[in-house]
Unconditional design. Structure first.
Length: 493
């Protein structure tokens, strides 16, 4: 069996304890992907020491030089795109056309980070005193801990790692225990691109090891993507230790379909939003809110198309939808469907695990649609992270917006309408960090701010220029060339 090691200080090393864990292909649980280092506190300590030492040199490398390396990172991701996509599909399940898109998002992020290193603009501002100049510029912070989920095993880590390193920080990356092989390849690519030793480190392992990263006093920033439960625990620790954390957590995203919408287009959007990545995106469409005038018709349209989706291993050509990540997740889909039906939801299609001999080897769940769900139902409120879509009826535009906002989370929202006035009102009123007009709730682009409000986030935005706000501090410099003591707020007034 193939063995995979940690990447610390430019070297591939076993966990100090020598312990390992196994990871399985969710499309076929008989397929063991490999044996991975099971890191613990000592490994975290070693990685943090390396990153801390490397920081002292890396922060002084001119930003455009750091950008040159980021450009190489993009080039190598590009070269390895197809091969890497297969590795990702094998370990987390989504079809290869999706994992190729996942890698593309990292390529875009690398090139964006590279160009941003030539325009990390600061401000130059007049002083209130003579012969004095005020300026402000960004500085790196230090060692950054990156903890991510498995559903976008390359793109989401890249959103944090690449801007953090481009800005002059050093990084300890803990990939998800369900996508460690992708984390290993991330390190291979950084190594080949010439990222100096210690600047980027990968620790494989489980949640308890992530906890050591969060608690380590020399890790100054945490970038986290995962559940709201864990995110809030991280925030608590970071609050006590006075470190910065950027959290990207749960979602329960809704697509509104108005009666004047292009229904065919809304249908394509709903299918892609709900069943793309097997519903396992933070941005996935898990609630549909349909205007009463087109409600029955739209449900009929959905049923026909959902039943045509080809479910299978993501490595098999022609597959539309792969497995869920593991058996626990599959059981959770079964649980939520049972609750939804008991509470009065009407099962339109799906609702069961797949039992054909080929699919029974993996964690396959049917694309599931449950109608007549109201805001009082569990399914309307609980994030599933699987292919289970609820449909609710709206009496009016205002009611649709009310239902859209009846949600503890606020990542992504969408509306399909041809009424331009309603579209603008929706863009203003939908309480999410990301809002789509006539497009599904998934599909964020790497150069735009990404993040959510309410239970989804804590005020930070990854992606685009805003990612640099997470990974830099502002330094203000007062440059006095008057040769006299000038007392602010006193001498000039
Ligand atoms: C996620 O699910 O964590 O907008 C990220 C999208 C993708 C990123 C999803 N570009 O759906």
């Amino acid at each position: 069996m193939e063995k995979f090691k940690n990447y610390i200080n430019g070297a591939w090393v076993d966990a100090v304890s020598g312990k390992t864990f196994l990871n399985y292909n969710p499309a076929n649980l008989e397929d063991i992907i490999g044996e991975f280092a099971l890191s613990d506190k000592e490994d975290v300590q070693n990685a943090v020491m390396a990153a801390k030492e490397a920081y002292e040199k890396w922060r002084l490398v001119p930003a455009p030089k750091r950008g040159d390396i980021m450009r190489k990172v993009g080039d190598i991701f590009n070269r390895r795109k197809k091969e890497l996509a297969k590795v990702m599909t094998r370990e987390m399940g989504k079809p290869t056309f999706e994992t190729e898109g996942d890698v593309q998002e990292a390529i875009d992020t690398a090139y964006y980070a590279a160009s941003e290193t030539r325009r990390l603009f600061g401000h130059t501002v007049p002083s209130e005193m003579n012969n004095k100049m005020n300026l402000s510029f960004r500085t790196p912070i230090g060692v950054v801990g990156v903890i991510t989920a498995w559903n976008f095993p390359i793109a989401v880590p890249s959103w944090k790692i690449l801007p953090a390193i481009a800005a002059g920080n050093t990084v300890i990356f803990k990939p998800s225990k369900d996508a460690p092989h992708s984390g290993v390849i991330f390190a291979e690519i950084m190594e080949e691109a010439g990222v100096p030793k210690g600047v980027f480190n990968v620790l494989l392992g489980k949640g308890s090891m992530g906890d050591h990263i969060v608690h380590h006093p020399d890790v100054r920033v945490i970038g986290f993507t995962g559940s709201t439960e864990i995110g809030c625990q991280i925030a608590e620790v970071c609050g006590k230790l006075n470190k910065r954390c950027s959290l990207e957590m749960g979602g329960k995203n809704a697509q509104i379909v108005m009666d004047d919408a292009n229904l065919e287009l809304a249908l394509e959007g709903a299918l892609w939003g709900a069943f793309g990545t097997t519903g396992q995106r933070c941005t996935a469409t898990s609630r549909l809110i349909v205007h009463k005038n087109v409600y029955d018709k739209f449900i009929d349209m959905l049923k026909v198309r959902a039943e045509k989706l080809k479910i299978g291993p993501g490595l098999q050509a022609g597959t539309d939808m792969g497995p869920v990540i593991h058996m626990k997740s599959l059981e959770n889909c079964e649980r939520i469907v049972a609750i939804a039906v008991k509470e009065g939801g009407r099962l339109i299609t799906g609702g069961k695990r797949c039992t054909t001999p080929e699919l029974a080897k993996g964690c396959f769940f049917e694309p599931t649609i449950i109608a007549d769900v109201t805001e009082k139902h569990t399914l309307f409120n609980e994030e599933v992270f699987g292919p289970v879509l609820s449909v609710s009826k709206a009496d009016s535009f205002e009611h649709a917006i009310e239902l859209q906002n009846h949600c503890e989370y606020g990542l992504s929202g969408s509306i399909y309408t041809k009424d331009v006035n309603k579209a603008w009102v929706a863009a203003r009123e939908i309480q999410t960090g990301i809002c789509y007009i006539n497009a599904p709730t998934i599909g964020a682009e790497a150069h735009m701010p990404f993040g959510g409000v309410k239970g989804t986030g804590n005020g930070h935005r990854e992606g685009g220029w805003t990612a640099f706000d997470i990974f830099t501090e502002w330094k203000t410099v007062y440059f006095d060339y008057s040769d006299t003591l000038q007392r602010a707020q006193i001498d000039n007034y």
